[in-house]
Structure formats: C-alpha cells, structure tokens
Design a protein around this ligand. Structure first.
Ligand code: FAD
Length: 493
C-alpha cells in the first residue's frame, strides 16, 4: 500500500546505493530528490574517457544482476535498456611459475581444467564448490539479505539450518587455512585465497566462511552489461529520472539539519532543503563527521579496520593482446608477504598481484580498432598518509616490468593514453574514508556486527545505505543495503 504520497525524501549521494534507494522510495510513494557532489552519478561505479578510449573507473566484475533488475520490477517498468550476458570464461590466470589457464564458467569444464592443470582431485573440487554454495545459501543469505539488529534474523528456519551445520560454515578458521586443507597445490590455494579480496579482506585473516564468495562467480555467474559496467549506473539514473526523481549533481551536502530526534533536511550551497525522510548513501564516518558534526561517533566508525584500496592505471594500449581476456590475474610469488605488507605494514607490496581488465574485449567501442583499454589494478592499503608519490612510481615500474615479461612485449612502448587513481584520489572522488573500496574489511569473524545499521538510533527518520554500512561493500551488497534501508523507512518513518 502506498501510504507516503506527497512525503518528501532526500537521498545524499548518487552512487549505486543512493540511486537504488531513491528508486525504492518512489515505489513507496515518496517524492525523492538526490543530492550528489560530483557532476556525474555513480560514485565508484563511474567512467573515465581518454581520447577514444573509455574505461569503467571502478567495478569490473558484475555478479547478481537480478538485484539491478529487481529495481525495474518494483517500479513496474521493463529493463529493456539494461542488457547483460553471462560470461563463458570467468578469468585468465597467470602464475609466476609459468602455469596459465582460462577458467571456464561451466562447472564440469572448470573442474576438468583445475584437475588437469593443477592436479586437484575432481571430487575435492566438487566438494569445495558445494560447500561454497552451502555457505552462501545459509549464512550468506542470513547476513546479506537481512538486518542484524532484528531478533527474527536469528530465529527462523534458515538460521536454524546454519546452527545445525556450524562446523560446515567455516567460522573458526581462516580462508587460507581452509583452502590449504582442501587443496594440495599451492597455486589452487592461492587462486581460492584471492576471493577474500572481493570484499577487500586478507585471506590469511578473514574467516573461511568467506569461501562462499566463489559461489557468486561460479554458481550464480559472472556477467557483463551491454555497453560496460557504466550501464548499471546510467540505467539506474535513467530509471530514477523516469520515475520522477530529481537528481541534483554538482551539489554537495554540507550538513544535515536536525531538530530533537528528527532529521529535518540538508544544507547545501544552494540553500536548505527540507524532507520527511533522509537517506545517507555516503560513507558513514563522513556522515557523522562532516554532515552531523558528531566527531566521536565518526571516529568510532573511521577507526574500524578498512578494506583494501587500490592503485589503478587506465592505459590506452596501441595494440591487441590475444593471450589476454576480459578478466586477467597475474599472481605474485609470495601471497602471505603481499597481504602482510597490505594489512600489517600498510604499504604497497614489493611484488603485488596484478588484475588486468580489458572491457574492449567484450565491448569493442571502448577502444579504437586494433587497440585495447587496459584497467590495471593492484591492491593498496587504505590511505593513512603514506608517501603515495614514491609508492606509485615504484609500483608502476614493477607492474610494467611484470606485464612486459608475461606478455612478451614492452608494454610502456604501447601506452597511448594514461591516467591513474590511487587511495588519495579515490577518497576525494567518492568521499570514501581512506579510499577503501569496500568500507571496512571482513578480517575479523565479527566484522559484520560492527558495521553501522541501516538506520540511525538517534534520528527516527534518518537511514543509511551504501558500501560502508550493513551488509557491506561491492555492488550486490550496496544494492541490498538500499533495500534493507527502505524496508526500515516503511517500518519506522
Ligand atoms: C577500483 C574499484 C574496483 C571495484 N571493483 C568491484 C567489482 O569488481 N565488483 C563489485 O561488485 N564492486 C567493486 N567495487 C566496489 C563497488 O564499486 C562499491 O562497493 C559500490 O559501488 C559502492 O557504492 P555506494 O553507492 O555505496 O558508494 P559510492 O559509489 O562511493 O557513492 C557515494 C556517492 O556519494 C557522493 N557524495 C559523497 N559525499 C557527498 C556529499 N557531501 N554530498 C553529496 N554527495 C556526496 C559521492 O560523490 C558518490 O557519488 C570496486 C570499487 C572500486 C573503487
């Protein structure tokens, strides 16, 4: 039932979470305005153009597309302009010892490749993927789809199924130690350890329950939106506008206005805007620090250990590379050291693993004919004032040397266009503290309980969504956070 006709809602921030919450609020009958500080929408999910090369600026792996489609369904619209397809090949792997293979999406082909190339027992691989599915279907769905502040989350058939299978969930050992028990080849262990980085965590610390993440890629699938990742942002923006949402870009929110236990509106350089419901879809520490002026609460959340950030080079490459695919990983030879440097020393690893994404492999318009658009990313610690200029220069040298050796040509000689983002610029571009890609890390078994809830305990009509609050970072979780926040709006406002 639409009970809120005429009530005004304001959303701060037009990242995917902000756009999704605006669409959901319209479906509940609200008149919605979004205020976005950048002159473009999308936040982390935006794009960069360098001459004739186009790059998705942030996310490159698209999982759980039904969460985008759901926004069309609830709005009574058809997602005719948002198309995507499932990838047949998930990733190409390059190991330092010369082992290379393409990981197929099809389960039997995948098991065959892993057993032929890495010598793993096919039955063990099946068991691993089945456990991954089980973890996702039980604890994953409990923690990701529901609010952790409700007693009902912990007393329902799904929760009881989880309690009855505690040993299978992997709550009490690290992902790396579980992978070591399951696989004999250290390369297979490294491959599956990498899934911890999908939410910016350390495989040697994060609990083995994160072994659910491969299920997203293998069980549900990896997808590619027609036109590139930017189409997710553009489609949601188009849908929001069609539904009558007013999107004000280039307008930073300076503060949240409050009276008693209510948030009454926002202050911008264009004046004060009042509302009945306020949703903050920006970093939660930033909301407390700059918008509410609550320094101690801001500090509480900014002190929580952050996920990795990244250095990303966007290179227009003046040739093609048949040995690469859409997603490519060039692994380091010492994964424990790499993560010790990222999370322990909080510096750039001497030998970082490199992720190379080339969207022009799927979307030929992203690069001129005969050329490729390279998104070259290495994990970095969140910004704490490290000497980034020096670290950038050293890491760029390493990356060029490594990719040149792996691909058999001098990469630098083919760079026709270049720009770079690092933890500092990621922080200014999106307002995310430390430039962390996924908010807080999940290295601690109780990390999920430390994330901010999707509502304010102080202001009855203030709600939170986005990658820094429950259930966490990444496009699917940011979209889920918008759903949970608007469920609270329905309940509380
Ligand atoms: C390099 C990189 C790679 C990634 N890879 C993947 C991937 O492959 N797959 C995946 O699922 N996820 C990936 N992620 C994570 C994913 O992008 C994020 O979790 C998700 O986009 C977060 O969306 P959000 O809406 O919560 O926040 P954001 O995108 O950060 O949006 C917040 C918005 O708020 C705006 N804002 C901030 N302050 C104000 C203010 N005062 N007033 C008004 N507006 C304000 C910002 O400008 C921004 O537009 C990646 C992220 C990065 C950066």
């Amino acid at each position: 039932m639409k009970t809120q006709k005429g009530c005004k809602a304001i959303v701060i921030g037009a990242g995917v979470a902000g756009l999704a919450s605006a669409i959901r609020l319209v479906a509940e009958g609200y008149q919605v305005q979004i205020f976005e500080k950048n002159d473009f929408c999308g936040g982390k999910l935006s794009q960069i153009k360098l001459g004739e090369f186009r790059f998705d600026a942030g996310p490159s792996l698209f999982t759980m597309p039904h969460l985008v489609e759901e926004l069309y369904w609830i709005s009574g619209k058809k997602s005719t302009d948002f198309r995507y397809h499932k990838l047949d090949e998930v990733c190409r792997y390059f190991f330092p010892d010369g082992t290379r293979f393409h990981m197929p999406a099809n389960e039997e082909d995948r098991i065959r490749v892993l057993s032929n190339t890495l010598g793993e027992d096919p039955e063990m691989l099946r068991k691993y993927l089945e456990t991954s599915r089980f973890r996702y279907e039980t604890i994953g769905r409990l923690f990701v789809e529901r609010c952790l502040r409700k007693v009902s989350t912990f007393f329902n058939p799904l929760a009881f199924k989880a309690y009855l299978n505690l040993g299978k969930l992997g709550l009490f050992s690290s992902l790396a130690s579980w992978n070591k028990r399951m696989f004999r080849n250290p390369l297979t262990q490294q491959l599956f350890n990498r899934y911890a980085t999908y939410n910016g965590s350390d495989p040697f610390q994060t609990p083995a329950v994160m072994g659910m993440i491969p299920h997203l890629e293998y069980g549900i699938g990896a997808f590619f939106p027609k036109g590139g990742m930017i189409r997710i942002t553009e489609s949601l923006q188009e849908l929001a506008l069609e539904l009558g949402v007013e999107i004000r870009t280039g307008v930073a929110v300076e503060s949240i206005q409050t009276s008693g236990n209510k948030a009454t509106g926002i202050q911008t350089e264009q004046g004060i805007f009042e509302c009945d419901v306020l949703v903050s879809a920006v970093d939660v520490s930033l909301t407390y620090n700059r918008l509410l002026g609550k320094k101690s609460k801001a500090e509480k959340y900014s002190r929580l250990p952050k996920s990795t950030s990244a250095i990303i080079w966007y290179w227009g490459i003046g040739r093609q590379t048949p040995q690469t695919g859409l997603h490519n990983i060039f692994f380091s030879s010492d994964y424990p050291k790499e993560f010790q440097q990222l999370f322990g020393v909080k510096t750039m690893p001497d030998e970082p693993s490199i992720y190379l994404n080339i969207s022009s492999k799927e979307n030929s318009e992203d690069a001129p004919e005969g050329k490729e658009n390279w998104f070259v990313m290495v994990n970095a610690p969140a910004n704490e004032g490290q000497d980034w200029d020096t670290l950038l220069a050293e890491t760029r040298k390493f990356v060029l040397k490594k990719l040149s050796a792996e691909l058999g040509f001098m990469v630098e000689d083919f760079i026709e266009a270049e720009t770079v983002l690092d933890p500092r610029s990621l922080e200014t571009r999106t307002g995310g503290v430390g430039g962390a890609l996924y908010g807080n890390n999940s290295n601690h078994p109780f990390a999920a309980f430390l994330r901010h809830a999707n509502f304010s305990s102080e202001y009855s009509n203030l709600f939170f969504c986005g990658g820094t609050v429950h259930p966490g970072g990444g496009i699917p979780l940011a979209l889920q956070s918008a759903r949970i926040a608007v469920d609270y709006v329905k309940e509380k406002a």
